[in-house]
Design a protein around this ligand. Structure first.
Ligand SMILES: [Zn+2]
Length: 72
């Protein structure tokens, strides 16, 4: 007769990057996953900033161009 241990599973979390079980006091299983997540977040932030800068630049160029065309 086989019996499985059916107690309540110990509290645990999953690594936010690779999803394996880790202790609840940690967010990532390793510094590699932490670096990966933080690197991605930083890159996303830079990308958004770049997109906003490009949009503002394009709008400024449009305004300058329309004023320049009206003056002529
Ligand atoms: Zn991980």
């Amino acid at each position: 007769m086989s019996q499985k241990a059916s107690g309540p599973s110990p509290p645990h979390k999953h690594c936010r990057v690779c999803g394996i079980s880790i202790s609840p006091s940690k967010d990532y299983c390793s510094t590699e996953c932490k670096d990966l997540e933080e690197g991605t977040a930083k890159r996303m932030r830079n990308y958004r900033r770049l997109t906003i800068a490009l949009m503002v630049g394009a709008m400024a160029a449009l305004v300058v161009l329309s004023v320049y065309l009206r003056v002529r």
